[in-house]
Design a protein around this ligand. Structure first.
Ligand SMILES: Cc1cc2nc3c(=O)[nH]c(=O)nc-3n(C[C@H](O)[C@H](O)[C@H](O)COP(=O)(O)OP(=O)(O)OC[C@H]3O[C@@H](n4cnc5c(N)ncnc54)[C@H](O)[C@@H]3O)c2cc1C
Length: 398
């Protein structure tokens, strides 16, 4: 079977498929196939799964999705640091199951610091297990007084013999309470602020690490608080040099932010498909609502926003795949634009669906609740704009 035939047969068997053609200029033929395979997998294996109706059910579901994604090799793009593939996978997951997308995101956030700065032994034990879906990752940076201002963190790691003693607390941590290991950011030199932060891998069963309880979101997403009380961490679990933890965190976010944009595109694409389908079938005033120009204007804007978002996302992923050391500006633009655009697109989809779009059981209502957090986590839109402006003022103009 030729590549085109294989692609067509995959498309034919998928319920809904993100169309990778508009960004094909940034993709290799293997990516186009992967996009189709990921969509078929997501629509067949993830879409039919019941949406968890409680935090407890969401936690159980996240663990079983981890196994499913690991067994299918869907985390391998993280291990290869292949950002176009990771983006395509997140588009497909976002369209079918925002919870599965969150599981993917955390495996990325939790594995990259190990790949960037972990010893061979740590990589062998933890990164391998994470990519195989045998170990669930978490990324613990945020604190009650340190959200956007990461450098204000108060969690301390004090050197003690051949290790560190960690004390403090983290909040809004995805996978808190169900992760097997946490990538933890703690200050080893508070006076140095951002330059005094170090990064550690702490297994979930370490003495002194406690899950304090869940923080419940309006969409299924395991989130919660953890605390550290005299938690001993061997020095071999420090990732990178002392004081270089913030830089390691930023390097990780640099790579992952464009993929957040990709997840947003997947959610928006699904909402657009649902809106088009509804507009064609719903009749009011004796005609299909797709015939009204006010509805046509909405879908035109939605589709244009989506294509612009995808172009920024795959441009950033392509630059990263070319081996660029940093993709700070491209990734910030991709994340800010795609997540804001996805919010607008999904909101308009709800409007086109009318009352049916705000029914809790409708996929577009679920997307409406799921997409909101993407404009906040991994750096709010405002922080992305500050990053972009910072880059602009750094480089010589003209
Ligand atoms: C679903 C979800 C999952 C998350 N998962 C994780 C996780 O796994 N690990 C983790 O460490 N964290 C996680 N977070 C936390 C997330 O990273 C923070 O919420 C985010 O960084 C913003 O911090 P904050 O909520 O404290 O908002 P704040 O920093 O208090 O910001 C509030 C508002 O002020 C604005 N603002 C702040 N500073 C400025 C400025 N200088 N200029 C202009 N505007 C500004 C912000 O843009 C925002 O609009 C998660 C959050 C959510 C919602």
């Amino acid at each position: 079977m030729t590549e085109t035939q294989r692609f067509r047969s995959l498309v034919a068997s998928a319920a809904s498929i993100p169309d990778p053609l508009p960004v094909r200029a940034f993709l290799d033929p293997a990516h186009v196939l992967l996009a189709a395979e990921a969509s078929v997998f997501a629509s067949k294996e993830l879409s039919p799964r019941p949406v968890p109706d409680s935090d407890r059910a969401a936690r159980e579901e996240a663990r079983s999705i981890l196994k499913l994604l690991g067994a299918g090799g869907w985390f391998e793009s993280i291990g290869r640091q292949d950002w176009r593939s990771a983006s395509l996978v997140r588009e497909a997951l976002g369209a079918s199951s925002p919870l599965a997308d969150a599981v993917f995101a955390l495996q990325g956030l939790g594995t990259l610091p190990i790949l960037f700065a972990g010893s061979p032994a740590i990589q062998e034990q933890w990164a391998k297990a994470a990519i195989a879906g045998r170990a669930m990752a978490a990324f613990a940076m945020t604190e009650t007084e340190a959200g956007s201002d990461v450098a204000a963190m108060r969690t301390r790691a004090i050197r003690d013999g051949d290790g560190y003693v960690v004390n403090g607390a983290k909040c809004y941590i995805s996978n808190a309470g169900i992760a097997d290991f946490y990538i933890v950011f703690a200050s080893t030199d508070p006076e140095a602020r951002g330059k005094g932060i170090s990064c550690f891998l702490i297994p979930a069963d370490a003495a002194g690490l406690t899950f304090q309880g869940p923080q419940i979101l309006s969409s299924p997403h395991p989130l919660g608080e953890i605390s550290f009380q005299d938690c001993r961490v061997p020095a071999s679990h420090r990732l990178g040099e002392e004081g270089r933890g913030f830089a390691l965190g930023l390097k990780t976010l640099d790579r992952m932010r464009a993929t957040v944009g990709a997840a947003a595109c997947g959610m928006a694409a699904r909402a657009l498909v649902e809106a088009l389908r509804h507009a064609l079938s719903r009749r009011q005033f004796g005609k299909s609502i797709a015939e009204f120009q006010l509805v046509q204007e909405k879908v035109a804007r939605m589709a244009t926003d989506l294509e612009a978002a995808r172009l920024l996302v795959y441009r950033a992923a392509w630059v990263a795949d070319q081996g660029a050391e940093r993709v700070t500006m491209e990734a910030a633009m991709a994340k800010a634009f795609a997540t804001e655009a996805a919010q607008r697109i999904i909101d308009e989809a709800v409007q086109i669906l009318g009352a049916s779009g705000v029914m809790a059981s409708h996929p577009v209502d679920r997307l409406y609740r799921s997409v909101r957090a993407l404009r906040i986590y991994e750096g709010t839109t405002e922080i992305q704009h500050l990053v972009i402006a910072g880059q602009l003022f750094q480089s010589p103009l003209g």
